[in-house]
Write a protein that binds this ligand. Structure first.
Ligand code: PGA
Length: 254
């Protein structure tokens, strides 16, 4: 049984997909199909889509998210976008430290921490991603891995700021592979993450911090995953790119 003190968040992570025109179309399709959702609905779009997506989200309950941001407000950081810049478009969430950024773009625990703090300071909720790879799970190191990532990601974040932090458990072996973690595996790690938040930031933070699961969540497995006590929502890649699938997942959040 869920305690019901935390909102359920269904966030789409579009990754490097959709042009601005396509983004507007997809958001309009989601809007058309939304039926008093029980969850907070977020779409984390590519940077180039943000302006178009912001316009499409207007007058709807769909909230806009980004996929990354830099920790400085401005400066000589070619190719980067600051958290402050995101605010110009009412971006409410930002994915931080996704495993693809860690794996392909040299994102470190330290930069994840700095980016998360920049988000919080700009009033954007960071969705901080943690999760072990297959090798680490096979070696039984999944809890140590997540513990270390989380401890570093949450450095210098005050307990009272945790209400504006979302953590996403995304086992790397489950991302884009069609190989979802079982409900038990996902629940076990999300509960572990909550216990870590309690240890690091106190009881109230642990009760208030939303912990999402991500990794091949889809219309068929969402309801079971979302019914688990410590899973407060989903970060959804592939299945968020089709309105029908994404809407089904939103509907599964009861
Ligand atoms: P997936 O991606 O749902 O396609 O596995 C999830 C994610 O990477 O956030």
């Amino acid at each position: 049984m869920k305690i019901g003190t935390r909102p359920v968040i269904i966030a789409g992570n579009w990754k490097m997909n959709k042009t601005p025109m396509e983004a507007m179309q997809l958001i309009n399709d989601i809007k058309d199909g939304l039926n008093s959702p029980k969850a907070k609905v977020v779409v984390c779009v590519p940077a180039i889509d943000i302006a178009a997506a912001a316009a499409a989200c207007e007058d709807s309950c769909i909230m806009l998210g980004a996929q990354n941001c830099h920790w400085e407000k401005s400066g000589a950081f070619t190719g980067e976008i600051s958290a402050q810049m995101l605010c110009a478009y009412d971006v409410r969430y930002c994915v931080i430290g996704h495993s693809e950024r860690r794996q392909y773009f040299g994102e470190s625990d330290k930069s994840v921490n700095l980016r998360a703090i920049a988000c919080i300071e700009s009033g954007i909720v960071p969705i901080i991603c943690v999760g072990e790879n297959l090798e680490q799970r096979q070696a039984g190191a999944e809890f140590d891995t997540v513990k270390s990532q989380l401890e570093k990601a949450l450095e210098n974040i005050a307990p009272q700021q945790m209400e504006n932090v979302v953590i996403a458990y995304e086992p790397v072996w489950a991302i884009g592979t069609g190989k979802t973690a079982t409900d038990r595996q996902a629940q076990e790690m999300c509960a572990f993450i909550r216990s870590l938040v309690k240890e690091l930031k106190g009881d109230e933070s642990a009760r208030k911090t939303a912990v999402l699961y991500g990794g091949s969540m889809n219309r068929s497995n969402a309801a079971a995953l979302l019914s688990m006590e410590d899973i407060d929502g989903g970060l959804i890649g592939g299945a968020s790119l089709k309105a029908e699938d994404f809407l089904k997942i939103i509907d599964s959040a009861k």
